[in-house]
Every structure is written in C-alpha cells, then in structure tokens.
Design a protein around this ligand. Structure first.
Ligand code: DSN
Length: 443
C-alpha cells in the first residue's frame, strides 16, 4: 500500500521529503535520547480531521459549539493519563514540554521568585530557569548540579543550598542525567523549606510506568511531561498534579482556586488558545498503548539495553559521565580526547548513528562543541533490539570513534551495515511500509 497518496499528488516536494525522512529513520540507529517511534495508530489519530476543530476551554465548558465528541476524546486522554500515572489531576492541553513548564511557573510563582533547577550545561532543561529562557529571565534560578566527580546528586549540598536560598519551587528532572532520581529525598528538602516540588519526567516516563525508575507522583506537587519521547506519543506536553494546593493560603489568597484549577487556568486562558485535538487524540492512544503489558517490557528492556551498552563501551575503554547508567541514557565523555563531542556526533551521524553532542559534568569545552555525546536506547528498544544487539551497536560506535580523522573513508561501510541491520527489525509507524530503496546517502 502506498503511503500519503494524496500528498504525493498535490505536493510532491513535501511528500518526497517525508518519504526520504522515513527512509533515513528506518536505515539509521535513532539514538537521540529524546526521540522514539510512534505507532501507526498514534500517527492516524494525529493525522485525523480533529485538526479542524476549535475547542477553547476545558471539557464541558467550551467557547465553541460542536464539541460533544471532542469532550469525550479529551476526557479519555485525561482519564488515561490519571490512570497510567496514578495521578489526581491531569491537563493534556499543553502544546509541548516548554509550554507545560511555562504553565507551572504561571500557576505557582510570581515574576522574580526564586526557583531551584539544574542549568542546561549540567543536564537541566531550558525551562528549569536557564538564563536565556523565559524561566531564567522572569524568575531567578538558584542552580544545583550533579557532583562533577561522581556525576550524581549530592543531596547534602542541595539541601544546604535550598536552606540558604529558600526558593519557592524546586525542579527535579533532567535531559542528561543517567541515574535514578530519588524524589523522596527532594520532597524532604522541599518540605523543610516550604517549597513546591515539581518533577519533569519527559525523559523517563516510560521507565516510571515500567517500575524501573522511582515514581515522582506521590512526592511532587506537579509532574510535567512530554508525550513524544520514550512514551511514544505525539509531540505534546501534559501536567499531572494533586488537586489541593499545600500552600494555597500563602500563594494564592486572592483566588479561591485549588492547585488543579490553577494549572488548568494557567494553560488556558493563561498561555494557550485552542487545544490541538488531533494531538490530544494521539496522546490518548499513546496512553492506551502504554497501559499494555508490552509497554512495561519495553521500559524494562530500555534500561537493560542501556546498561549493556554502557558495560560494552566501558570495556572498550570509553569514559561515561556518571560512570554508567541506570536509565535509558549514556553520556560518552571525550574530555581526554583530541576530538570534541560535536566532531564525534557528526562522525557518528555520517555513519548512521544519530545522536547529539552534549556537555559532560565539568566540561572544559564550550557548549557549542562540548566534550560529550548523549545516547539513548529507547528507540532501538522500540524496534525490538535486545542486549545481544547492543554488541553490534557498541562495535559500530567504537569503529567510528577510532576512525574520526578518516571518517569519510570508514563511514560508508558502517552506514551500509547499519542500514542492513535495521532492515531486520519492525519499526513502529514505518514497517511494513518499508521503502524499496534501503540506503540514503548522507551529504
Ligand atoms: N530537547 C529535549 C532533549 O533533547 O532532551 C528536551 O526537551
């Protein structure tokens, strides 16, 4: 069956670029730690006519007519999110992770308030108070970072900083932290200083669902997430929370709103207009898939694969930030190498291993080149790879890094081997529509 027949007829340029991207994604190893593959079902929901509809407001209280069915769709998404994460309240309208986090600020803080978060070079997200983002421009970030020696959080140090600075909110979550996060320890600190505790679980939500990472929901006031990383849903954000606000009287005396209502208000009308209903439908579908037993197996296997890859790379003499991993994520530490993280990431991509350059703790190089490469195993796991397959992946990474200075000669062979290897797997949302040509030359 041909895919996108209408697009092919009416807009060949876009059709062809999507076709080529499909080819690219099905012949390379997708190791960007924040990407994955959605199912055909999620793609169909996201490509549906729901994109046509306006539904400003919330379920049962819309500013447009004709939303009876749409209300049912959003209710399903909300209920499934609550069920999946055992949360009291869910808002599924944020357009993505940054708008979701923006809504958290609007719901909890006033401009100029202090929050604790990790700077981007330490593995935090832009919206955790980084200086060039609204969160660092409108609020004051009190930074905390993993210990540069161990690569892990030093809770005594974090407690000391929190007690000295007394931020009103603590972000816990990361884009480049390979270890488990003990939310209970952060909750104790937040309790001691009367601060809100907010977890950003965008990177690790499937691990939480699978029970291989601690669960933040019992300990945090709000939990923020995206649905498009390892959760394998559409590109969007959602917020989970308690209903009641522990600090209602202190922070919101003028409005008699509980925490759940303030989050909903912050999203709409505070920050957004009409919700993207096709995406909310896709999100509901992804939540449904995440409730299946197979999804738990996927979450467990992601970590097994990452640990195996870490073990293999360490055995080959590589250094890993934090010494290894207990999540989906590894950060190759090239501080002792002549080449930068950026050079390594480019050489890997040329060879068919798609990752991104990333700062390592204590990185002496600039954020524009870095000394690290961040790798994630969730997409390979979604394709069906296991620990045995990680041996091949580790060998290819090693061949690239050993041959960086002559990568133009080496990469075509590796690229073809990887394309051949990928053809053995069923890629969600792509297989069985595998294009006939199997190799995309990289310019
Ligand atoms: N850009 C994402 C990541 O790669 O981790 C975070 O939003």
């Amino acid at each position: 069956m041909e895919r996108y027949p209408h697009l092919k007829q009416t807009d060949y340029e876009i059709y062809d670029l999507i076709r080529l991207q499909t080819l690219y994604e099905s012949t390379t190893l997708k190791m960007i730690a924040s990407e994955s593959y959605v199912s055909f079902s999620v793609l169909e929901a996201c490509g549906s006519i729901l994109t046509n509809k306006y539904a400003e407001g919330n379920v049962g209280a819309r500013y447009y007519e004709g939303n009876e069915l749409v209300d049912k769709i959003e209710t399903l998404a909300i209920d499934r999110a609550k069920q999946l994460f055992h949360a009291e309240h869910a808002n599924v309208q944020p357009y993505s992770g940054s708008p979701a986090n923006h809504a958290v600020y609007r719901a909890l803080l006033k401009t100029g308030d202090k929050l604790m978060g990790m700077p981007v070079p330490s593995g935090g997200h832009l919206t955790h108070g980084w200086k060039v983002n609204f969160s660092g421009l409108d609020y004051v970030q009190i930074p905390y970072s993993p210990d540069p020696e161990t690569g892990k959080f030093d809770m005594d140090q974090i407690r000391q900083t929190a007690k000295k600075e007394r931020p009103k909110m603590i972000w816990v979550g990361a884009t480049a932290y390979p270890h488990k996060i003990e939310y209970k320890d952060f909750a104790e600190i937040a309790e001691e200083i009367n601060a809100y505790l907010v977890a950003d679980i965008a990177h690790i939500n499937a691990l939480i669902i699978a029970g291989v990472h601690p669960d933040p929901v019992p300990y945090c006031d709000i939990v923020s997430s995206t649905s498009h990383k390892m959760l394998r849903g559409p590109r969007a954000g959602f917020l989970l929370s308690k209903v009641e606000d522990r600090f209602q009287s202190t922070y919101c005396p003028e409005h008699k709103l509980n925490l759940a209502q303030r989050i909903d208000r912050a999203v709409f009308p505070g920050l957004q207009g009409g919700p993207h209903l096709h995406i909310i439908a896709g999100m509901a579908t992804a939540f449904h898939e995440a409730m299946m037993p197979e999804f738990k197996n996927y979450g467990v296997q992601i970590v097994k694969n990452a640990k195996k890859l870490a073990e293999l790379l360490l055995a080959k003499g590589y250094r890993l930030a934090g010494g290894g991993t207990d999540t989906h994520l590894l950060i190759l530490d090239f501080r002792n190498e002549q080449f930068t993280g950026k050079e390594a990431a480019k050489a890997l991509a040329k060879s068919g291993i798609i990752a991104n350059f990333n700062m390592v703790p204590g990185d002496p190089r600039s954020p524009f080149v870095t000394s690290g490469v961040r790798l994630g195993t969730q997409s390979l796991t979604a394709m069906g790879m296991n620990e045995t397959d990680m041996e091949k992946v580790a060998d290819w990474i090693h061949r690239v890094c050993r041959n960086i200075t002559r990568i133009d000669e080496e990469s075509p062979n590796i690229r073809q081997e990887i394309a051949d290897f990928c053809s053995q797997f069923q890629i969600p949302g792509i297989y069985p529509y595998r294009p006939i040509t199997r190799h995309v030359p990289i310019k």
